[in-house]
Design a protein around this ligand. Structure first.
Ligand SMILES: C[S@@+](CC[C@H](N)C(=O)[O-])C[C@H]1O[C@@H](n2cnc3c(N)ncnc32)[C@H](O)[C@@H]1O
Length: 227
């Protein structure tokens, strides 16, 4: 299996002695990402899963600003799970649960999602920079699980670079896509149309597209009746 990385093509900073990893991209984009999520999350309570949390920095930032929401970070990479746990301990916030080991290519995600020891039906799923650095079956499992576990009023927030109508939105994204595919032919920047179809198969619809800095987007999915 390919080695999954926190930020493809870039060297991370040194690991803290307690295992905390630092993703340079987090510092560039967390304000803009949080602003989009907060528009929906403000004033709400419930459980939220972050899928593919990586270092764990986003979940700490989101949890700090949404104290009524219980956050469940997750990943499948052992070093990333250690980093998430270390950031959680460092932040000492009451609303972050220990990381779940979720392999998104499994549509059931993990046993805790259905044995009563994990979150209740989800208010939100947040997934940043994962589905282009993973095989398509990871996107399939992300949507299948979201369709299964999301509340009727819940939302899936999907952050990253995307193609529109089969075309890249920027040359830099096309270059990035080529480098991803060269590294692993199963990786690549995904098309919004293909994601819409995947969402429909999971009982979800695209509700909003939020433009983000550096030619990224947040795609917001929910139940069709919320669209
Ligand atoms: C580029 S990193 C993004 C991390 C974080 N979301 C962020 O934006 O900083 C991609 C993450 O996806 C995770 N990942 C890759 N394949 C996965 C899978 N099948 N299931 C769950 N996580 C996966 C990797 O371990 C890694 O933490």
């Amino acid at each position: 299996m390919a080695e999954y990385v926190v930020e493809f093509g870039k060297d991370g900073r040194p690991v803290e002695p307690d295992g905390r990893l630092d993703a340079p991209a987090f510092h560039r984009n967390h304000h803009a990402i949080r602003a989009v999520l907060e528009k929906f999350l403000a004033g709400k309570s419930g459980d939220a899963v972050e899928a593919g949390s990586g270092t764990g920095q986003h979940v700490v930032d989101l949890a700090r600003h949404t104290p009524e929401i219980t956050w469940w970070p997750s990943d499948l990479n052992e070093q990333h799970l250690r980093s998430i746990a270390a950031w959680r301990a460092h932040a000492a916030l009451p609303n972050i649960r220990p990381p779940l080991r979720i392999d998104l290519s499994d549509p059931a995600w993990c046993s805790q999602m259905h044995d009563g020891s994990g979150p209740a039906k989800l208010l939100a799923v947040f997934c940043a920079n994962v589905i282009h650095i993973a095989p398509w079956r990871v996107a399939e499992g992300l949507f299948a699980g979201t369709g299964r576990y999301l509340r009727t009023d819940g939302r899936l927030f999907l952050y990253g670079p995307f193609k529109r109508n089969g075309s890249h939105t920027a040359i830099s994204n096309a270059v990035f896509d080529a480098s991803l595919r060269e590294n692993n032919p199963e990786w690549g920047v995904r098309d919004i149309g293909a994601l819409r179809e995947l969402a429909a198969s999971a009982g979800l619809a695209l509700i909003e597209i939020a433009e983000m800095p550096a030619n990224n987007l947040i795609l917001v999915f929910g139940r069709p009746e919320a669209a």
